[in-house]
Design a protein around this ligand. Structure first.
Ligand code: NI
Length: 201
């Protein structure tokens, strides 16, 4: 039941974020038709904290492509899968192209995801992956900028600390100027992601 609800919610969020016209045309076409309209609204300023406790903003990524994914470290499967796919896709790229990309993981669960926890978590996926978290307000603002939906889901009668977070599972490619370039759907084969990245970079 929860999965069905989640898919329905995510589908709605994606429609809002990316524009129904594009989705009806079919996703995964490399980004044609994404150069104007709704896509311009994805991304923007954020202020968060990295694994070493340093404040990080969008300005710190100027001149680099960012592969941005929002999730949480307690996520049982969706987040690890998405982050692994990004890391695999980067390893499939020639080194000079991979070097242009900084993979970024932003927690939507700041209550549990301290900077230290997020910093340790991202090391499991890619040596250059940056893990970010922040205050509830900072995370909310970043998610809003990137049109990411997230919501705490507590199990009735369960351990209140064992909640899960429903969240969008889209990976964004942001350009060196911080603007939206394209998105990758959850579960894309790493080679497909690498091929599309190689065309863009
Ligand atoms: Ni997740």
């Amino acid at each position: 039941m929860r999965i069905v609800q989640t898919i329905a919610i995510l589908a709605t969020v994606l429609l809002v974020a990316l524009g129904g016209r594009y989705l009806l045309m079919g996703g995964g076409d490399g980004g044609s038709g994404m150069s104007n309209g709704a896509s311009a609204a994805i991304g923007g300023p954020f202020t968060l904290t990295d694994g070493s406790g340093q404040t990080v903003t969008e300005a710190d990524f100027q001149g680099q492509y960012m592969l941005v994914y929002f999730g949480y470290t307690f996520c049982p499967d969706v987040c690890p899968t998405s982050l692994s796919i990004s890391a695999q896709a980067m390893s499939l790229l020639p080194d000079d192209k991979a070097a242009k990309i900084t993979p970024v993981f932003i927690s939507v669960d700041p209550a549990r995801d301290t900077p230290e926890i997020v910093g340790e978590y991202v090391k499991h996926f890619h040596p250059r992956m940056v893990g970010l978290t922040g205050t509830e307000e900072q995370v909310k603002a970043a998610a809003r900028a990137y049109k990411i939906f997230y919501q705490k889901v507590e199990e009735k009668g369960g351990d209140p600390e064992a909640y899960v977070m429903d969240h969008s599972a889209v990976t964004y490619l942001m350009g060196p100027d911080g603007s939206f370039v394209t998105h990758f759907s959850h579960g894309i084969p790493p080679q497909d992601m690498a091929d599309r990245l190689a065309d863009i970079l």
